[in-house]
Design a protein around this ligand. Structure first.
Ligand code: MN
Ligand code: MN
Length: 409
């Protein structure tokens, strides 16, 4: 899209938003003092100084917040498209961590692409690693703490989870390798600081290596530089499936899971799939929901009683409103490839604002998924008590639903 088109769109979005804000201000008595800025006046432009219409067009709810927004809630959005890309001979990677999105203390995200045959080097780390396959096919390997080996092939919508300290690898398969999202159970995680096989070999005296493996020290004269590994071009395994791989003792644990193949909870307006340690046993530190919203549909008003929410937007566009208590609330716009964040217990909703499905992942540093529905809470509280709080009519009271509806339309 040309710049001038985006610029015009941005201006129109602002004008439309301004009208909505004015209406909202009239509806809510407590917003009587909210200023609504006059728009569409050529003699009095909204923002005559320097600004970036391309970025503003992507963030209409920042440029022209709903009248109900208030206060200094920190930034809750960061796009992987704004993250540094580290290239290797077999693919590339980028990360959105606490360093990019300061509020995201519980979880760090990594986006990785491996070419066919491309290898994410054998390694381990202190954090638990949860993954969602975004594209293509990959082969994963691991060794469990009982000495059991694990190999599996994964495709789009499949997960894996490697507990802290468990060594593993990932390799792109045919026809075109893979791309996947990684989520680590620590916002300060750094994908560049994992324990790499080649790095350790380079930092062990050859005579110690010789003693450990029972071979002459000269064997280690040709070790590669760790700089050449990490993500490096390799040979894809032959056509045999992972199930054909043989070795020592096979792990009794299953480190992969087919999340997209789960039968979803289906509601008017969308679907929800939930995966936590109740149906994916090894995933002890990450609980997840995969939500799909039809155009106009909304993830209902709710909050989570266990931990912060880390989001990854897979497809479409939407907006999220977050209530932080003490009269504070902010609204953020999201598109595919964005990370979103909701601090612990804050009330929120997510609305599909596009004309295509909106799909996103909700992740929690927790072994279980849980949410509290505002609607269900009010429906399950004595009506006389609720009436005295909100002063709303029978129309509202009769519409409350005791059954939870995570998606509404
Ligand atoms: Mn890893
Ligand atoms: Mn939520």
């Amino acid at each position: 899209m040309k710049l001038e088109n985006l610029s015009r769109r941005s201006f129109m979005a602002f004008a439309a938003g301004g009208t909505v804000a004015l209406a909202a201000g009239k509806v809510h008595a407590h917003d009587g003092k909210v200023a609504t800025y006059p728009v569409n006046d050529p003699n009095h432009p909204r923002d005559p100084g320097p600004h970036d219409p391309v970025r503003e067009a992507l963030n209409p709810d920042l440029v022209d917040p709903p009248a109900t927004d208030s206060g200094t809630l920190p930034n809750l959005r960061f796009s992987f498209s704004d993250a540094h890309v580290r290239k290797g001979s077999g693919g590339w990677t980028r990360q959105v961590t606490q360093r990019e999105l300061g509020i995201s203390t519980t979880i760090a995200g990594v986006d990785m692409r491996l070419d066919k045959g491309g290898i994410r080097e054998l390694h381990w780390h202190k954090e638990g690693e949860w993954a969602y396959m975004l594209y293509g096919n990959a082969r994963i390997t691991a060794l469990d703490t009982a000495g059991g080996w694990f190999v599996d092939d994964v495709g789009v919508g499949d997960l894996w989870y490697f507990p802290p300290g468990v060594p593993h690898s990932i390799q792109g398969l045919g026809p075109d390798g893979c791309e996947f999202l990684l989520a680590f159970d620590n916002g300060n995680f750094d994908e560049d600081s994992t324990f790499l096989l080649s790095d350790w070999f380079k930092h062990i005296p050859p005579e110690v290596l010789a003693k450990n493996f029972g071979v002459p020290a000269e064997v280690f004269n040709t070790l590669p530089s760790p700089e050449e590994e990490y993500i490096f071009a390799g040979q894809a395994p032959d056509g045999a499936p992972a199930s054909a791989v043989s070795g020592g003792v096979k792990s009794k644990q299953v480190f992969s899971h087919k999340m997209l193949a789960q039968k979803p909870l289906t509601l008017p307006g969308g679907t929800v799939r939930i995966t936590d340690s109740s149906n994916f046993t090894v995933s002890k530190t990450i609980a997840a929901a995969l939500v799909e919203l039809a155009p106009g549909a909304m993830r209902e008003l709710h909050w989570h009683p266990n931990n912060d929410e880390w989001q990854y937007y897979l497809e479409g566009q939407g907006r999220m409103g977050v209530f932080a208590s003490s009269g504070q609330a902010r609204t953020f716009d999201f598109r595919a490839g964005d990370v979103g964040y909701v601090p612990f217990a804050m009330g929120h909703y997510i609305e599909n604002t596009g004309d295509k499905p909106l799909r996103f992942l909700e992740l929690f540093k927790s072994d279980y998924y849980a949410d509290i529905s505002l609607n269900q809470w009010l429906a399950s509280t004595p009506p006389a008590l609720v009436r005295q709080h909100l002063h709303l009519s029978d129309t509202f009271m009769n519409a409350l639903q005791q059954e939870k509806h995570p998606v509404v339309k």
